[in-house]
Design a protein around this ligand. Structure first.
Ligand code: LLP
Length: 436
């Protein structure tokens, strides 16, 4: 039998509608190699079907356990407008962290009342922008309240709680504990809400986001307990239950062959158990703000082999690198890498897959057992839909790649490839005169 790119005995990190075929990987019946021929390389390829499946699975896990619930998609994970429209069509709200994310959310049709603004260390102008946009505002700490109220009163106000101890989860993706830059203690949130109440705020919410990419259901149990305790204490201040309790994002996806999928039903059951002790769906809407879970495994990054260097380790260089997918260089994150086209016969050997950037940290995968590769071969980097394009940069003046959406067996360009001219236009033609 002709070998496929999936190493024997390894679980696939490409979910349906991706499939391994003898002539290479396909998505919705389309060959990835044909897509690279048509749209160029490097290239992000996203399956609309997989995004829809992810949303429906989460929605059903939530609504069966807490009927009054809402998914707010965390736009930072992937803000491509075509992808935002899919999520909106499925009824998701939006979680925004910058003024431009709010612009994207509004352009994609997310209603204001289903949009939450959680900025880290915002300027006064940003706070005023959120008030003008008419969205719910989630403040990191009570010191921001007078600055926000100078601009106006949001329709809904919440504070971000720091649960005070780090969640499980990869280094660099923990947002709780004393050293974290995010959120406030229960005591400070209480002060913030007291001040908000004095200023006439009545509709309030509570928010927490302790970590990202978490595969252990127990973590979500701790989040539920924590929110439950907070609600009991804070509703005394506000004289009524919160309009929403927001458990943040954090739902993980498996990247490594050794990882197992998050047991979503168990995670949501545990989350809801803690909440139930303090609130009921009749009063409180449960919000979740997943980014990764909805989009990560919908997308592969295609890169073309540009050079190979034998030795120990042996290197395979591609046109995709840390400028296209930063996660391996920044967090030591693992992404499965497969040959995307036909597999060359021969022994699999350990290679380090790198990119074209002049940094020694430029890496897509270290020590990977891959079949023989030659210049021009195509590789697919799996699970690249979350924090992939959105963290890409034109470092070394390498323009950002194109993005393609596959839906119903058809592919269309959803973001054109950046050009050198795009990079040049950031430089005024006569810098001396501009200064003048
Ligand atoms: N809500 C807030 C307030 C957040 O800060 C985040 C992510 C999310 C929701 C969505 O979290 P998720 O469901 O994706 O775990 N760049 C990193 C991830 C950083 C996440 C930052 N905040 C990565 O590449 O893994």
């Amino acid at each position: 039998m002709t070998p496929t790119g999936l190493p024997p005995g390894e679980p696939s990190r490409l979910p349906p509608p991706f499939e391994f075929a003898p002539d290479g990987i396909r998505v919705d019946g389309l060959g990835l190699a044909d897509l690279a021929d048509r749209f160029g390389s490097p290239l992000y390829v996203t399956s609309a079907l997989r995004i829809r499946d992810n949303v429906l699975r989460l929605r059903s896990a939530l609504t069966t356990r807490w009927p009054n619930s809402r998914i707010l998609y965390a736009i930072k994970a992937n803000s491509n407008p075509a992808i935002l429209r899919i999520l909106r069509e499925l009824g998701c709200g939006a979680d925004c962290s910058s003024p431009a994310e709010m612009v994207f959310a509004q352009a994609a049709g997310f209603p204001r009342r289903e949009t939450l603004y959680t900025a880290a260390y915002p300027s006064d102008a940003e706070l005023a922008g959120a008030i003008e946009a008419g969205v719910a505002v989630n403040l990191d700490h009570p010191g921001l309240l007078p600055r926000l109220l100078r601009a106006g009163r949001p329709p809904l106000l919440s504070f971000r709680l720091n649960p005070g101890r780090s969640a499980a989860g990869p280094e660099g993706l923990r947002f709780a504990g004393r050293d974290s830059k995010f959120g406030s203690s229960l005591a400070s949130v209480r002060q913030g809400l007291e001040a908000a109440h004095r200023a006439g705020v009545r509709d309030w919410g509570i928010h927490t986001m302790p970590g990202s990419n978490i595969l252990a259901p127990d973590h979500f149990g701790r989040v539920g307990d924590f929110l439950g305790r907070a609600i009991r204490s804070l509703q005394r201040v506000m004289g009524r239950p919160p309009t929403f309790a927001d458990a943040g994002g954090g739902l993980g996806v498996p990247y490594r062959p050794t990882e197992t999928e998050l047991n979503l039903d168990l995670a949501i059951s545990r989350l809801v158990l803690g909440l139930r002790s303090a609130a009921s769906p009749a009063d409180v809407q449960l919000w979740m703000e997943p980014g990764r879970y909805l989009v990560a495994d919908s997308t592969v990054l295609l890169g073309t082999v540009t050079d190979t260097k034998p030795g120990r380790p042996a290197f395979v260089g591609t046109d995709a690198g840390m400028q296209t997918l930063l996660r391996p260089a920044l967090y030591g994150a693992y992404h499965a890498i497969y040959p995307a086209g036909p597999v060359r016969p021969g022994t699999r050997r350990r290679v380090t897959v790198t990119g074209p950037i002049c940094e020694n940290t430029d890496l897509l995968g270290r020590d990977r057992r891959l079949p023989p590769l030659e210049v021009g071969d195509l590789l697919a980097v799996a699970t690249a839909g979350a924090y992939g394009y959105s963290m890409a940069s034109p470092y070394n003046n390498r323009p950002r790649p194109a993005e393609v959406l596959v839906d119903g067996g058809r592919a269309r360009l959803i973001r054109r490839r950046e050009t050198t001219d795009d990079l040049l236009c950031q430089v005024p033609e006569r810098p001396d005169r501009e200064r003048g």
